[in-house]
Design a protein around this ligand. Sequence first.
Ligand code: G6P
Length: 224
Amino acid sequence: MGIKACILNLDGVIVDTVRYHYVAWRRLANELGFDFSETQHETLRGLSRMESMEEVLRWGQVYMTEAEKLHWADVKNNWYLACLLQMQPEEVLPGVLSFLQNLQQTGMLAAVASGSRNAKAVIHTLQLEPYVKLVMDGSTYRKPKPDPDCYLQTASALHLPASACLVFEDMPSGIEAARRGGFPTIGVGLKADLSHANLTISGFEDLTLAGLLEQMEFSLSQSV
Ligand code: G6P
């Protein structure tokens, strides 16, 4: 298939940061005089920081000027960063570390493309820097997923065409971003939610690149 690199989304693929975001967004809501549930918070997955901000304010029916929104988004981020101090390398999702090691052993590049502006800090905390050549984070590219911008910029920084980079995504908007950019895609999660991916896996446990590419060839041969 000519695959030369694997590009992984961070939140929901490599690690689950959602509980840390929940603590910080909830603290913001409480400061502003309202509350929301964990289930409600789940709907923020994959949204950019400011998109999440708009949604949280809508839940509390709070009006803010643009400058106030930026200020509170900053405050929330500082609370989130304080939560991240508790994060441990053991929180890397099952099988991800051995998959990254497998990529390294087989000479395949690994990169991270995330909407989070904190992606580099998270990769550092998880001690994954030795396995990842490049982290493209939410501060490096302009248009959030489902725009293909982050994946196109990652491929360009790796000096590779989209067709040579296999994208791993847990969110439908991420799969759409990658597909729009011309990347082959692996959905990580439930097949029903990620039906547009070329192949869906439930997780990384016992996964090797060779095994994955074999499954992909098979799935592509079935779809023609
Ligand atoms: C990812 C996560 C979102 C988060 C966004 C921005 O897309 O899935 O839940 O809101 O990144 O994260 P940041 O760390 O920059 O606030």
